[in-house]
Design a protein around this ligand. Structure first.
Ligand code: UDP
Length: 254
């Protein structure tokens, strides 16, 4: 098979041209970065696990009527997705105070918030993804007021559904980041969930022990990073039959 044309390389993923117009192939790397790429590392097997976890979550979300860019998983590290025009906003939902919210507002990590809070960050590495208000987003035309209505509505439904799904397997969904894209079909446009949902962009805590099962283990050097990602996959019931042995050597499968 001819090598696919690479369109974009991000910190954790690579996008290739897809087999048909309007499709892309999303490849999950083991690379991890934190603090705007000041900290770099590798989490062995992460790409394989995130490919599976994101596939699983996107499929469950689609079942409850959330439109997504996901089409199907192709290999251990690759999934076929619809090509969308990414809205340049990171949408963060918080249920429990942690991370930058705790630092910025002096709220102890672990404090349950009075209600779920949505924040927006403008996707711009050079500016270090600054937090912005809906006013900035609509004034500068990064998204229209109609886009934002759809994004807020979808985000709250995603939060509701994922909170319940994770609680069912003993995991608290503390916060997470999602991205949306515009999917064009003839002259019609709709907003769909894009990017990925995985322990790279969620905070997941064990409901009994409060143990962190997400990228904070990497950010804060807590150790047992790959084990935490594996545990999330295991609880969701999606670790391959053969366990991690099956996770090795994905390059051979391309
Ligand atoms: N997040 C992300 N990408 C980013 C920034 C944040 O996926 O570039 C996720 C992060 O994993 C967490 C949530 O968004 O689940 C909130 O992150 P926060 O603002 O607390 O920033 P952090 O502490 O991660 O710097």
């Amino acid at each position: 098979m001819a090598r696919r044309r690479q369109l974009y390389e991000g910190k954790a993923k690579i996008l290739y041209e897809g087999p048909e117009p309007g499709t892309l192939v999303q490849y999950f790397k083991d690379d991890a970065t934190a603090f705007n790429a000041q900290k770099k590392g590798t989490i062995p097997g992460k790409g394989v696990l995130n490919n599976r976890i994101s596939e699983f979550l996107m499929l469950r979300l689609a079942e409850v009527g959330i439109p997504t860019h996901f089409i199907r998983r192709l290999t251990m590290r690759e999934q076929l997705i619809r090509e969308v025009e990414i809205v340049p906003i990171e949408v963060v939902v918080r249920n429990i105070a942690a991370g930058s919210m705790s630092t910025r507002l002096g709220i102890a990590e672990g404090t349950r918030l009075p209600r779920s809070i949505i924040e927006y960050y403008y996707k711009n590495d050079a500016l270090n993804d600054p937090m912005v208000a809906e006013e900035h987003i609509t004034a500068f035309g990064w998204a229209s007021p109609q886009d934002m209505d759809d994004i807020v509505h979808l985000t709250l439904r995603i939060n509701d559904f994922l909170t319940g799904l994770f609680l069912g397997v003993g995991i608290m969904l503390v916060d997470f980041k999602v991205e949306f894209g515009r999917l064009w079909e003839n002259d019609d446009m709709r907003i769909v969930l894009a990017d990925e949902i995985s322990p790279d962009n969620c905070r997941l805590w064990d409901t009994k022990t409060n143990e962190k099962m997400d990228k904070d283990r990497f950010r804060r050097d807590l150790g047992r990073v790959e084990e935490a990602y594996q545990e999330v996959a295991k609880r969701l019931g999606i670790l391959p039959e053969a366990g991690m042995r099956d996770m090795k050597g994905p390059e051979l499968m391309q």
